[in-house]
Design a protein around this ligand. Sequence first.
Ligand code: ATP
Length: 352
Amino acid sequence: MDGIVLENINKQFGSVIAVADVDLELSDGRFVCFLGPSGCGKTTLLRLIAGLEAPTRGRILLAGEDITRTPAHRRNFGMVFQSLALFPHLTVGENVSYSLKVRKIDRDTRRRRTESLLELVQLSGLVDRHISQLSGGQKQRVAIARALAIEPRLFLLDEPLSALDAKLREDMQLELRMLQQRLGITTILVTHDQREAMTMADLVVVMGPGNRIHQVGSPLEIYRHPANTFVADFIGTSNLLEGTCDKSGEIRVDRVHLEVAELPAEILPDSAVTVSVRPEDIRVLPGIESGNNRLPGKVSFIRDLGSSVEVYLDCAGIQIISHSTPKGRPEIKPGDDATAVLPPAACVALKS
Ligand code: ATP
């Protein structure tokens, strides 16, 4: 394996389990996001890879070599933290070239590399500026250039964009993604923002309850085929319908028979099941219709967002959200009878 491999990684701080049973293989050149809610172990896992923490158990391999005990400064990884940790008393150029100076790289090479890095992050001309004279986005770029100065083997980013306002954040996401593609450097970004992960990553590692990995896959795989109810709920919006699977494998939600895309082997006959359906896959028809994959109810609320329309239905106590385009807007208003149609291909059956 050419990239980085984590084998049975566990990290405990006293009695707190920060990371549990992580097995992960990341091949070279990919943009990977560690995604999950606060406290699920994303930062700890990144710090273990960086060498800033040592695992309680397990091994870390880089291109087949065991680096579990290699100190951080000998791993040659570039890191950007949420706090950025720039040197406030140094100029932009001095910040970027700092690690080259520590490595005793000669002055000319330092100058050339600093110039090309500042060009790369679109800060040419600001080499003599002081950090205090920069905007938030410019500071971000300095931190990225500084981390890239050592030509790192891995580029590790811990929520570096979370302090930026929404617009700048989106611009920086795009910039960072394009930069990574240009350099082809393996990058791992920690984020709790699922939109950020979905727009930037080749591969998303979803962490969650139990401080373990719940799913690894491309953004689309994770969205379309969530591995469990936690992932279905955490990534995007999902209707999670509680139902039952009977002896013959038929799924029912509130007495309505639901045909699903497939029935995973882990769902046993005579057990509880959760069916996940994305709002954009649900069609709402005016009036009451019965039949398989049809949940009759009443319109409780309609939200018109301009580019999309959200319809909220109350189907005998089950809340359903449907999203449609303005063109596909059903002819209904709050209080009307309506039926939610759930296409079998969009119904993902999950163990409850
Ligand atoms: P956030 O998004 O809030 O930063 P996270 O997913 O990155 O969260 P971690 O910071 O990795 O989560 O923390 C995982 C767990 O380990 C948490 O319960 C945290 O309190 C605990 N933890 C992390 N670092 C330490 C430490 N140095 N000492 C004790 N407990 C720690």
